[in-house]
Ligand binder design. Structure first.
Ligand SMILES: *Cc1c(COP(=O)(O)O)cnc(C)c1O
Length: 407
């Protein structure tokens, strides 16, 4: 794909001026944050119309990230399932090994255009932290990353990567010591100095303009995929499948297909160990509308409206909220939200590794698992496109120590 194609407009109908997708999204923040968010909103509005910003972004996507990522027909896996044809959008092949680099470079460029010196963020699996530390190194910005202590232990190699890249990793030991607590800590630190720092959110969550901005940067995935799939097969995929943590890789694939009513779309949430409180992170499936981290969305919450503890074996999926656009797409029924549990994800992790020689991230393995179920019920001429959001190298020790190798 040419750079010209990547430069085409990244403006969509939603959200509205205030950042709402139907009743979801918006900006529920303390008054002191309002002018800061307004500044970011205006800066981003200028960036997305600035030819030099768009050509910088396209340049880094092509020459640094390695875009476009290929679409791969997983023939062996499809054959084994005996049904529909599975295709993978290979975001795992991006520099740093996942889709997150797409929005991190975008956010870092916005910070740069705003004259900020430091990026600040939370991270779950460490993937956002690594991608952001990478973008910071690339663009000459400082970088502070807040990470729950549980995740620091579980994702040790990513901690080392961030430190090698020159970022400061700050462990967070409050609450469940995972992603949600890291967000709180990072937000507090950001409030301490909004003049020289820019918050770079790791998914399509948070107050306006973040869900829109991150979505726009990720939408390159669906734009490429549509063109690649057409070139390859002459048509569109019948199904799209992607895993949902906050929802950035999913909306990145879905956005360009939302108007194509013939394409059925599935977002896959982690069912974890069970549907008991604290054993899953199936927000859209089991949550109710609420407010978290400055925006309205489906939320796993207690009777007081406070976020409930969440769990998934995939650190990148354990968030009690979810992107406002996904909340809206659930209510309008344009996207189907389904679940996959830990064991199904582990099975898919090994099947894809052994059938296709591709070790998926545990997050992505949720999408693969659902696509496998779907494929086995479909005729052979139907197609499913999965967003393979990341590679599984970060998960190999955890998987083998916890689940062992299959017989
Ligand atoms: C972070 C992460 C996810 C989940 O985040 P989304 O915003 O829902 O995409 C999924 N896959 C990988 C590989 C990740 O690193």
């Amino acid at each position: 794909m040419s750079m010209e194609n990547q430069k085409q407009t990244i403006e969509y109908q939603m959200p509205d001026e205030q950042g709402f997708f139907g009743p979801y999204g918006g900006s529920y923040v303390p008054p002191m944050l309002e002018p800061v968010l307004k500044e970011i909103t205006e800066a981003y509005a200028a960036c997305r119309r600035d030819p030099s910003f768009l050509s910088d972004l396209a340049y880094y996507y092509t020459h640094y990230v390695g875009r476009p990522s290929p679409i791969y027909h997983a023939k062996e896996l499809s054959l084994q399932l005996g049904g529909g044809q599975i295709y993978l959008k290979r975001e795992d092949l991006n520099h740093t090994g996942a889709h997150k680099i797409n929005h991190c470079i975008g956010e870092a460029l916005v910070a740069k255009y705003m004259g900020k010196q430091k990026l600040i963020a939370e991270t779950g699996a460490g993937q956002h932290g690594v991608a952001l530390a990478t973008a910071a190194a690339l663009l000459g910005l400082e970088c502070d990353i807040y990470m729950g202590e549980v995740d620091v232990r579980k994702e040790h190699p990513n901690v080392i990567r961030m430190e090698i890249l020159g970022a400061r990793v700050i462990p967070v030991d409050r609450g469940t010591k995972t992603l949600k607590d890291a967000v709180d800590a990072a937000f507090e630190a950001y409030l301490g100095d909004t003049q020289t720092q820019m918050y770079a959110i790791g998914s399509v969550v948070g107050p306006h303009p973040f869900p829109m901005m991150v979505r726009d940067f990720q939408s390159v995935v669906g734009r490429e995929a549509k063109e690649q799939f057409r070139e390859r097969t002459g048509g569109l995929p019948d199904y799209l499948v992607a895993c949902i943590g906050g929802g950035s890789n999913a909306i990145g694939l879905f956005q360009e297909f939302l108007e194509d009513r013939e394409v059925d779309i599935y977002g896959v949430e982690p069912a974890g160990k069970s549907f008991s409180v604290g054993e899953h992170a199936a927000t859209l499936t089991l949550g109710k509308p609420g407010v978290i981290h400055g925006f309205a969305c489906y939320l796993l919450q207690d009777d007081q409206g406070d976020p409930q503890p969440v769990y998934s074996l995939a650190s990148g999926l354990d968030y009690p909220g979810v992107g406002p656009q996904h909340s809206y797409l659930k209510d309008t029924k344009r996207v189907n939200y389904v679940t996959i549990n830990d064991q199904e994800a582990i099975d898919a992790f090994y099947v894809l590794s052994r059938r296709e020689g591709i070790i998926p991230a545990l997050e992505s393995a949720h999408a693969v698992a659902y696509a496998m179920k779907l494929a086995s019920q479909l005729p052979k001429d139907r197609s499913i496109l999965i967003n393979l959001s990341g590679r599984g190298d970060k998960d190999i020790d955890y998987v083998v120590e916890t689940y062992g190798l299959p017989k």
